[in-house]
Design a protein around this ligand. Structure first.
Ligand code: SF4
Ligand code: SF4
Length: 425
């Protein structure tokens, strides 16, 4: 009989690590194993380290932390695993333990904290972006680059700002009525990064939902779901944000909570596990999780009203990891796009292979992230599309930045933006 690990990692069911049967099937889909070729940078190797920590056979040292840091959290290994290993859950708890027990340099701590603070607070992110853009216009871009390099090292990427990014938060309409016979009442998660960088996607999402018979409410208040905190070793911070979001949503009546950001949708769908064992919050978290749908998933299941504006574009679709692997939503966005008259959808090679953005990974691990970005951009260029479509803000901005670095003008759009343009409103 297999012996259970003895030293618990708070919140992680010890049996989770025993699900791994060491078969190695996941190795061929793991981007970091592909790049680095070392067992420690594979899913199997990382699970082995976590089990070693739990059994007291290993200690938290910088080698072990390095292997956990290099993981993208893309969860391609979960899709491949024949044994049902919940790798994402193992990773977030192991990283939480790392941040509690492993001393990081003050620069590293500052870099992580700054990113989490800025990206999840629209009121701070918007003025920062405005200042960075103004500095670039005033030929003071070097100062911004230096600050960036001070925090994130010599290979720090430029801020991957998407085209037409908003520079201030413009509140969304709190209520938009259905434009066709009413079929549902939905709440849209405005998001934190989405509210600043991708306001146009939020507005397009509202229009498409209303066009498809949905009353759309946009609750006001806390919008950060805690996903970035959970993925980067701050589960208390994630729970704190999740509680705020749950309380805000409980004040509204809706049939479904719609997310147009793959990372946020995946995190909210897993709120039950985040509050596992908490009698006050777990049932409330599960109730919200059960109502959460990615916008493409919701529309595909509702039944999309046929788009009426033909196009003549050749497009390709990049699967965001937290949509394809985290939420298992792959066919729905493709089906919606194929409903657009005249849109030619060509498959991207390795469409569900991580682009390297991975939340704040591109800042924390710029070399690995840039190699993955290059590969993704190479695949995009190989299919010669007029347009790249995806469903997550991080991938959107990162792939776009990679294309611009290669002097390619190919635009990126969110699935809901493309659908929005396919309707005459
Ligand atoms: S595929 Fe699953 S069971 Fe096999 S080594 Fe990878 S995580 Fe373990
Ligand atoms: S989450 Fe991605 S990078 Fe991490 S072990 Fe799994 S496949 Fe590899």
């Amino acid at each position: 009989m297999t012996e259970l690990p003895t030293a618990a990692i708070p919140g992680l069911d010890p049996e989770r690590v025993l699900d791994c049967i060491h078969c190695g099937i996941c190795l061929s889909v793991c981007p970091t194993f592909d790049l680095l070729g070392t067992e420690g940078d594979s899913p199997r190797g990382r699970i082995y380290f976590v089990r070693g920590l739990m059994e007291g056979r290993m200690e938290m040292n910088s080698t072990l932390v390095r292997h956990l840091d290099s993981c993208l959290g893309c969860r391609a290994c979960e899709t491949a695993c024949p044994s049902g290993v919940q790798y994402g859950e193992i990773l977030i708890h192991a990283r939480d333990l790392v941040e509690k027990q492993h001393p990081r340099s003050s620069r590293e701590k500052l870099a992580r904290q700054t990113l989490l603070d800025l990206l999840t607070q629209p009121g701070k992110l918007a003025p920062l972006l405005w200042s960075a853009k103004t500095a670039a216009r005033l030929a003071a871009g070097g100062m911004v680059r230096k600050a960036n390099q001070f925090l994130f090292g010599p290979n720090a990427p430029e801020l991957p700002l998407p085209q037409n990014a908003g520079m201030r938060v413009e509140p969304l309409e709190p209520f938009t009525p259905a434009q066709t016979p009413r079929r549902a009442r939905v709440a849209l998660l405005g998001g934190c990064v989405m509210q600043v960088l991708f306001q146009r996607v939020n507005r397009a999402t509202i229009r498409v939902l209303a066009r498809n018979g949905c009353d759309v409410v946009v609750p006001t208040g806390t919008q950060c779901c805690g996903a970035l905190h959970a993925h980067n070793g701050d589960l208390d911070g994630a729970r704190h944000r999740a509680c705020g979001l749950i309380e805000m949503l409980e004040r509204e009546q809706f049939d479904a909570l719609i997310s147009n950001s793959a990372g946020c949708g995946a995190a909210i769908k897993e709120y039950g596990a985040l509050f596992h064992g908490d009698p006050h919050w777990e049932p409330r978290a599960r109730a919200i999780a059960e109502k959460t749908r990615d916008a493409s998933e919701f529309l595909a299941h509702l039944g999309l009203l046929p788009p009426d504006r033909p196009t003549r574009k050749r497009a390709t679709y990049h699967d965001a990891c937290h949509l394809a692997h985290g939420q298992k939503v792959r066919s729905e966005p493709r089906a919606l796009l194929q409903a657009i008259p005249g849109l030619e959808l060509v498959e991207l090679p390795n469409a569900d292979w991580c682009c390297g953005s991975a939340g704040i990974y591109n800042f924390l691990e710029p070399e690995l992230a840039s190699r993955l970005q290059d590969t993704k951009v190479g695949h995009v260029l190989s299919v010669k599309p007029d347009l790249v479509i995806t469903g997550n803000p991080g991938c959107h901005a990162w792939i776009e930045a990679g294309l611009r670095r290669r002097d390619s003008p190919i635009p990126l759009k969110h699935t809901l933006e493309v659908l929005d343009e396919a309707y005459s409103h």
